[in-house]
Design a protein around this ligand. Structure first.
Ligand code: SF4
Ligand code: SF4
Length: 383
């Protein structure tokens, strides 16, 4: 049976238009009552990566959040809004992020609650391939249902961050860094992301693709109008539709590759029943996506130290712009292997130990971290 994915045109964050698109999405998927019982508590798991204004398109837009929360509350559900952003998972940071991202205001307007429970809990994950247990934010056990509300964006490490990767935000705060250290290569890290998504299994997934981010996502890219509200019971199929819109091949997206290998989706539109507006009208062939392919072409052919040297030359690497840098140390504190040293208030990286996770770029508030991709890497990655 094909998975249903709803795709609705919505060109801006006018509240009435967004709310109407969300109502249409529920209608396309069979009605809200099919998924949520009146009186149930629903967690809207947003993407609240860091303190960014709504117009930066780094975080789920507050109007999108407000509209979805209002539809659920009017139906009779209790709504909690939450995420575990990058950095430490504590009330001070949560409060600042809710406020800056515009979420605090809209939650108050519609009568939704903001999550301030910063405890964690263990979840058994029988369906996991490499993660049979995960430590997750405790609010998951306070709610009856989880709805993922992701943002359509590119990602320096994973190429694309969508519905599947959005569930990485259930890992509490700095514990996310441990996953980068444990799963250094793209294949195992993307398998871990799929495992985390399976452990939570959101009842529904929505994507705020009204204005997305291209280029140096997930936080330092450029905003790009996409005009799409996407929804599905399957985060795996939702991501396939979203990447089709931005002209990104499944073979370039590690999470989709793992989902194909694990029979969670086919990675194309064959097993998808698209409902709503026609996909053709959304396709953007010039959407800028980062090249992220990991290249270990010489492994097993040359001695390890030679292949390491060569791979270091062709791998993408973080480059710190000391003029833009404000010396906050966020990159050093969030670097999973701890290879960034602050010297005279500016970051310096030891590339030998760098695992190319690009958390430093992701969490830099000053957009002072670029990912440098050598020309040789760009050429080889097209082979
Ligand atoms: S590079 Fe960015 S995150 Fe690192 S210290 Fe400078 S401003 Fe802070
Ligand atoms: S320097 Fe940046 S890319 Fe390298 S390991 Fe640290 S956070 Fe990841």
């Amino acid at each position: 049976m094909k998975e249903k994915v709803s795709l609705i045109r919505c060109n801006d964050y006018n509240f009435d238009k967004v709310k109407s698109s969300i109502i249409d999405s529920f209608h396309n998927l069979g009605g809200i009552e099919k998924y949520i019982d009146k009186g149930e508590t629903v967690l809207l798991k947003l993407n609240l990566l860091m303190m960014k204004k709504p117009e930066d398109a780094t975080t789920t837009h507050p109007v999108f959040t407000k509209a979805l929360a209002q539809v659920l509350i009017e139906y009779g559900a209790r709504v909690i809004i939450g995420d575990s952003p990058g950095g430490p998972f504590n009330n001070t940071l949560l409060k600042r992020i809710y406020k800056t991202c515009g979420i605090e205001k809209v939650a108050e307007e519609v009568g939704a609650e903001l999550n301030y429970n910063t405890n964690s809990m263990e979840i058994a994950n029988d369906k996991g391939l490499i993660l049979k247990r995960i430590t997750a934010i405790e609010v998951l056990q306070e709610v009856d249902k989880v709805i993922s509300v992701s943002k359509l964006k590119t990602h320096g490490m994973m190429t694309f961050t969508g519905a599947v990767k959005n569930m990485f935000g259930v890992i509490p705060g700095l514990e996310k860094a441990e996953y980068h250290v444990r799963f250094k290569d793209y294949e195992s890290f993307s398998n871990a992301l799929v495992d985390i998504c399976l452990a939570v299994t959101p009842t529904l997934s929505f994507m705020d693709g009204i204005v997305g981010m291209e280029g140096a996502g997930p936080s330092a890219g450029d905003t790009r109008k996409v005009g799409a509200v996407i929804a599905s019971t399957s985060p795996y199929h939702l991501d396939v539709v979203a990447t089709s819109i931005i002209g990104l091949k499944s073979s370039k997206v590690p999470t989709i590759q793992r989902c194909i290998e694990r029979n969670l989706c086919k990675g194309n539109l064959e097993d998808i029943e698209l409902l709503g507006d026609s996909l053709e009208g959304f396709i953007l062939n010039d959407f800028v996506v980062p090249e992220t392919r990991s290249l270990d072409l010489l492994d097993g052919i040359l001695p390890k130290f030679v292949s390491n040297l060569f791979n270091n030359l062709i791998q993408p690497k973080p480059v710190f712009n000391h003029d833009k840098c404000v010396g906050c140390s966020d990159c050093a504190e969030s670097c999973p292997p701890g290879v960034i040293d602050m010297i005279e208030n500016r970051p310096h990286v030891s590339l030998e130990g760098c695992i190319r996770c690009f958390c430093c770029q992701e969490l830099c508030p000053a957009e002072a971290v670029d990912i440098h991709r050598p020309i040789l890497m760009k050429l080889l990655s097209k082979m």
